[in-house]
Design a protein around this ligand. Structure first.
Ligand code: SF4
Length: 339
């Protein structure tokens, strides 16, 4: 059902039965779960394992999801934090979050055979950073310190880039040449918070220029818009995703900002009774790195707790696909351990 149809039904109990007397309901948001960058990154690992056999090294978590990482580890991937842990000459995959030029250089020096699973939408931000730096701009990068993606983007032009994470960081900025200043953002930020930060940047630096199209990716945007639309219709939101998943955490925050409690769960084993006690309508979504089978297990768990009705509420059709890296594009994965 479309979100507007669902809204009419819930606002007009005569057409659907009053919520209080109706069976408890799950609203399942769409789009949810895997984005095109995550599908591609997981396929890169699966195909590499098929083609070259285990072990295949992966620098950092391929995507920020505990279940995905555990399942690929079982299939033969070895996850490492740094390239120094990879034997010289071995094959290594760079995660969807991207790497800095320093990491690429180290891989060449160590004769590592690199397969790059960086999401193309992260690469877009890297290219913008390179372009702005070459043109002599100071780059304000809006993002979360210590996030893998931000570390990679910062590394493109470290001398020219300043990281800000909130409006107060913008207030403290001191820029030598405010005539030549640009901004970029992490791909998985809150739409509203980023808007506030960009507005403040514009107030302080009217000449600031930004990317041609926003850096926050389509998947982050669509999942947040779905949460915003459903918040007035539910009493709680469950988000499937890992604690270190930036886009999943933002979904919780967006819902809480709308005044509705929200919880981030790695899987259904983390549901606590108080999350759904006295709730008649629960909404369910999943971050961009969370597998669909975990969502379905959560639905089954909710059914066992009396949530007999289920409606899928779609805010947007999402049909984005990315091609594989050129050395893998003629292969399809044989393993189907996650989807
Ligand atoms: S969340 Fe966005 S930027 Fe990150 S992998 Fe998915 S599509 Fe790419």
């Amino acid at each position: 059902m479309s979100m507007s149809g669902l809204l009419t039904e819930i606002e007009n109990p005569a057409s659907a039965g009053a919520v209080t007397s109706a069976p408890k309901k799950i609203i399942l948001l769409k789009p949810r779960g895997f984005c095109a960058g995550v599908v591609r990154a997981i396929d890169v690992v699966r195909i590499s394992l098929d083609l070259y056999g285990a072990p295949i090294y992966v620098r950092k978590e391929i995507v920020h999801n505990r279940h995905v990482v555990d399942e690929l580890r079982e299939a033969g991937a070895i996850f490492v934090e740094e390239l120094s842990e990879v034997p010289s000459g071995a094959r290594v995959i760079f995660s969807a979050h991207g790497v800095s030029p320093a990491v690429r250089k180290e891989a060449i020096e160590r004769s590592l055979r690199v397969i790059d699973a960086t999401c193309p939408l992260v690469t877009k931000v890297h290219l913008e950073a390179v372009k702005f730096a070459k043109q002599g701009y100071t780059i304000i990068l809006i993002g979360h310190r210590d996030h893998d993606e931000v570390i990679g983007t910062l590394g493109e032009a470290p001398e020219s880039t300043i990281l800000v994470s909130d409006v107060s960081d913008v207030d403290r900025l001191e820029i030598k040449n405010p005539e030549r200043i640009s901004y970029l953002t992490q791909t998985t930020l809150s739409l509203d918070e980023t808007k506030d930060i960009v507005s403040r940047l514009l107030e302080r630096f009217p000449k600031i220029t930004g990317p041609k199209t926003q850096d926050i990716c389509y998947a982050t945007e669509n999942r947040q818009l779905a949460v915003k639309a459903v918040a007035p219709l539910c009493q709680t939101l469950l988000v499937v995703g890992s604690q270190n998943s930036s886009n999943s955490r933002r979904l919780v925050e967006v819902c809480e900002k709308a005044g509705v409690p929200a919880y981030l769960l790695d899987d259904c084993s983390e549901i606590q009774p108080e999350m759904v006690d006295n709730v008649s309508v629960v909404a369910v979504t999943a971050g961009a790195s969370a597998p669909e089978h975990l969502v379905q297990e959560l639905i089954e768990n909710l059914r066992s707790r009396g949530f007999a009705d289920l409606e899928e509420a779609e805010i947007k059709d999402e049909d984005v696909r990315f091609t594989l890296p050129s050395d893998l594009e003629n292969f399809t994965p044989r393993l189907h351990v996650i989807a």
